[in-house]
Design a protein around this ligand. Structure first.
Ligand code: 9WO
Length: 255
């Protein structure tokens, strides 16, 4: 299997080191299922001071990342990834990144991801070099590096062989549009609260039905829109009705 190739373009490559060394992503890199190279626009600055930013035309606070050092870094980054790997700018103005997009990106041979700093990049860089802009959510952070790592993590997990057991992807939040079910471990009673008896029953069918019911119920309570967007099977509808009935009974008991 060819490795999934990622090139990260940004001013603070050392920010990504700890993350790329640990856990599922760290192992994927050690096993060369995912390759990650970094390109620092500062290394491509042409003046003696290594300038990568300048004052915004029109005035105002802060600095803007200049086109040329970024463009030169992206050109080298492109040579490190296969043909057909898009250039992605992490940006609050971008399309919202979600599991569906992660699956779409994981089907490509690789990615170039550009992390901005300061007040952002010159719009002419975006227009000439960037294929798509992605946002991880509507909040202000100081730069694109953390967003690039979020995208890299979500995509790397979907690369074949990265998760040993393919089951463990499908059990998690969002993969089939549902939230995850609740988890419990020892002790059986914690602070007066007992873990659900069904999970200790050893009855795998009942455990699977209970988890499905909880996943449907929590999605209904916390992401009602996500349920409206999908067609439920007869079994799922039954499980959800059962959950809703139970939750209404519990409501009236505490009234
Ligand atoms: C500044 C600002 C000012 C007024 C109103 C909204 C505003 N948003 C921002 C802003 O997010 N500025 C960026 C912060 C400038 C470039 C560096 N920053 C950044 C954020 N890079 N990448 C992100 C980001 C955030 C969420 N998802 C992907 C990338």
């Amino acid at each position: 299997m060819a490795a999934y190739s990622v090139a990260l373009v940004g001013l603070f490559p050392e920010l990504t080191d700890a993350f790329l060394g640990v856990g599922v992503v760290g192992r994927a890199i050690r096993e060369q299922r995912v390759k990650c190279r970094r390109f620092n626009p500062r290394d491509y600055a042409t003046d003696a001071r290594k300038t990568v930013d300048d004052r915004p035309f029109g005035g105002g606070p802060g600095m803007v990342m200049m086109v040329e050092p970024l463009r030169a870094a992206v050109h080298d980054a492109r040579t490190a990834v296969p043909e057909g790997s898009p250039v992605v700018l992490l940006s609050p103005q971008g399309e919202r990144f979600d599991q569906r997009l992660a699956e779409q990106l994981a089907r490509l041979p690789g990615l170039v991801m550009v992390a901005a700093r300061y007040e952002g990049v010159d719009e002419r860089f975006t227009a000439s070099e960037v294929d798509r802009e992605l946002s991880i959510g509507d909040y202000v952070i100081s730069g694109g590096e953390l967003a690039a790592l979020v995208v890299l993590d979500a995509v790397a997990r979907l690369v074949p062989g990265v998760l040993g057991n393919p089951d463990s992807t499908t059990a998690e939040s969002h993969v089939d549009g549902l939230l995850d079910y609740p988890h419990y471990t020892r002790p059986e009673v914690e602070g007066g609260s007992r873990a659900p008896a069904v999970l200790l029953s050893g009855d795998h069918g009942s455990v699977a039905r209970w988890r499905r019911r909880e996943a449907l119920g929590r999605t209904w309570q916390r992401r009602p829109r996500a349920l409206l967007d999908r067609e439920l099977s007869a079994v799922d509808r039954q499980l959800l009705e059962n959950y809703i009935r139970d939750s209404r009974e519990n409501d009236t008991e505490t009234e």
